[in-house]
Design a protein around this ligand. Structure first.
Ligand code: NAP
Length: 262
C-alpha cells in the first residue's frame, strides 16, 4: 500500500534510541528522512533498512552537534532544503555525575548539545516553517517539571527546551509553524549506560519501552498538543500546573515591591 508523501523530516540523534524509532515511524508515515548523528555506520545501516522497507528517500548527514562547523552544516541543510517539513530536535545527552562532580568541558558539551544545537536548528527551521508550513518536535523530559528528581544541569537543559517550545508556540500560534515538546519519563535507551547509569536499577514500572514512547508522542502530535507527557496518566495534573503558571503571569511584573519584601 502506498503512503502519501509528507515531505522530509530531519531527525537529530537518529542513530539509536528515541531518534531511531522516530526515523522508523516517520518513514512508515510517508516522510523522506535526513538522519543526523555522529555514528555514520549506524546511520547508514538504519538508512539502508528503512529505504528497503518503506521505499522512502533516506539521507545521512554525519555531524557532531557540539562542533560549530558541523552544527552550521545541519542548520544549512534546514535553510536550503525546501522539502523539509519536520525537524525532530532529539539528540541529547545526560551528565555522568552532578554539577559539582564535572569539569568545564563536560558541562559545556551538555549545554552545546542539549541547548545550543536545538536552539540554532529550531531557528533555522522555524524561519522557513512560519511561512511555508512545518513542525518542530523538541524532545525535552519530565525532568523539566521535576528538577529535584535528578541532576539540575540535565533537567535545566530540558526545562529550557520546554520554555523554548511554549514561547515559540505562543508567538507563532497564528502561523503555519507547529511546535511540540515531548516530555519522556525514564525510557529504555543507551542514554543511561552512556552516562554511567543503570536503567535497570530503577523500579521496572518507571521505565517505558522506546517504541511505546515514540508512538505515544506521535499520538500527542496528531492531537495537536503543544506539550505531550506520555507517562502522565492524569492529564488533569499537567493542566492544573499549566493553569496555575498562567494565572500567576499577570502578577509577575509590577512597579511596586511585594509587601512581604518591604
Ligand atoms: P540515546 O540512545 O543515547 O540517543 C542519543 C542520540 O543522540 C544518539 O543518536 C546519539 O548518536 C546522538 N548524539 C549524542 N551526542 C551527539 C553529538 N555530539 N552530536 C550529534 N548527535 C549526538 O538516548 P535517547 O534516550 O534516545 O535520547 C534521545 C533524547 O531523549 C535526548 O534528548 C534525551 O535527553 C531525551 N530523553 C531521554 C530519556 C530516557 O530515559 N531515555 C528521558 C527523557 C528524555 P551518536 O552517538 O551516533 O552521535
Amino acid at each position: 500500500m502506498s503512503v502519501t508523501s509528507q515531505g522530509t523530516a530531519l531527525i537529530t540523534g537518529a542513530s539509536s534510541g528515541i531518534g531511531a524509532v522516530y526515523a522508523d515511524r516517520l518513514a512508515k508515515r510517508g516522510f523522506d528522512l535526513v538522519l543526523v548523528a555522529r555514528d555514520g555506520a549506524r546511520l547508514d545501516a538504519l538508512a539502508e533498512r528503512l529505504a528497503e522497507e518503506t521505499g522512502r528517500g533516506i539521507d545521512v548527514l554525519r555531524a557532531d552537534l557540539t562542533d560549530a562547523a558541523d552544527l552550521a552544516k545541519v542548520a544549512g541543510r534546514l535553510s536550503t532544503d525546501a522539502s523539509i517539513t519536520l525537524l525532530v530536535n532529539n539528540a541529547g545527552m545526560s551528565l555522568n555525575g552532578s554539577l559539582l562532580e564535572n569539569e568545564a568541558p563536560a558541562l559545556e558539551r551538555i549545554i552545546a548539545l542539549n541547548v545550543t544545537a536545538p536552539t540554532l536548528l529550531a531557528s533555522a527551521a522555524g524561519k522557513l516553517f512560519v511561512g511555508r508550513g512545518g513542525a518542530i518536535i523538541n524532545i525535552a523530559s519530565v525532568l523539566a517539571l521535576a528538577p529535584e528528581m535528578f541532576d539540575g544541569v540535565y533537567s535545566g537543559t530540558k526545562a529550557y527546551l520546554l520554555n523554548l517550545t511554549l514561547g515559540l508556540a505562543s508567538a507563532h500560534a497564528e502561523s503555519k509553524l507547529r511546535v511540540q515538546a515531548v516530555l519522556p519519563g525514564a525510557t529504555r535507551t543507551e542514554i543511561w549506560e552512556r552516562s554511567g547509569k543503570d536503567v535497570d536499577a530503577l523500579p521496572a514500572e518507571w521505565v517505558m519501552e522506546v517504541g511505546d514512547l515514540v508512538d505515544a508522542a506521535l499520538a500527542g502530535f496528531d492531537k495537536g498538543e503543544t506539550v505531550t507527557i506520555p507517562p502522565l496518566a492524569d492529564e488533569g495534573q499537567w493542566l492544573a500546573y499549566d493553569a496555575a503558571r498562567k494565572a500567576m503571569a499577570p502578577n509577575l511584573s509590577r512597579r511596586d515591591v511585594a509587601a512581604r519584601y518591604r
